[in-house]
Design a protein around this ligand. Sequence first.
Ligand code: SAM
Length: 320
Amino acid sequence: MFSYRHAFHAGNHADVLKHTALIAVLRHMTQKDTALNVFDTHAGAGLYRLDGDYAQTSGEAADGYLRLISKQNEAQALLKQAQSATKSVATKKPEAAPLPAALQDYLDIVASFNKGVSHTVYPGSPFIIHSLLQGRDRDRLKLFELHPTDAKTLRANIAQLDAGRLITVHQEDSFEGLKKFLPPPSRRALVLCDPSYELKTDYARVLDMMTDAVKRFATGTYMVWYPIIPRPEAHDLPRRLKTLAVREGRPWLNASLTVKSSKLTTDAEGEVVRPGLPASGVFVINPPHTLKAALKDALGAAAKLLAQDKNQGFEVESGG
Ligand code: SAM
């Protein structure tokens, strides 16, 4: 069985990219009242503790969501100081420097799962999606999770939402399981595909799944997250997804966020240090027309705030 557990990685820079893009896509798709079907093909456990053993061991959220929150708090404190200083000399109020809308939306949604000033809970994609579907009774959210432990935790977490028919959990291989749901009756759907790529074969399976899905339902919106690592399969996946979109005549968008160099370094004892995940991307087929501008602004700010060295950066390209 797989050893990947998203609890180690929840709230890291890859989640910042993926969940910011997911929220921006869903904000647009929920503007219409028509029923929407959302498929989360690799759902994970749903909710994560940032003060629990897994997250504390990896410390990845500290360089992702938690870093964004603490920088925002610092900025707000400085703004308050500046405001009280200017009040005392009765001059014009200083302008706040707001974060780009899509990044602020992401921070607000994640923060809404936390009470008060401590940020100990991180919502995974199922809970983020559910928060955006509230009050939309005709929508449906189908969650796939193959790992027995995570599927059990996911079911227990979802049960607390009392979401009725809105959400169903499927403990099955989504690469096969998605097929039976496409095309959806309402002809409006978002598919989020977010594997761990623990198995090298996942890259080819993602491409096969997307090829099949676009054939079955050409107008769906498809969002695939992928790691940017020195491995040929990882490098090829966005190129192959682009070829698929172009061949099928569908618009596409590819966005990436880099926080550090991918080069190996050596520590004081001369041991080789691997950099961990330096960058990741999301490839979207049939993206909302608003997504490119929203992500350019959001990722520009996120790259600066999450930079671990001078190799930080972002790219957003689109076509079709
Ligand atoms: N999408 C989640 C989020 O953003 O919160 C994180 C998902 S995590 C990166 C990937 C998950 O996919 C893991 O929990 C893993 O157990 C599950 N998984 C791996 N292979 C799968 C498959 N073939 N079908 C369904 N789930 C799978």
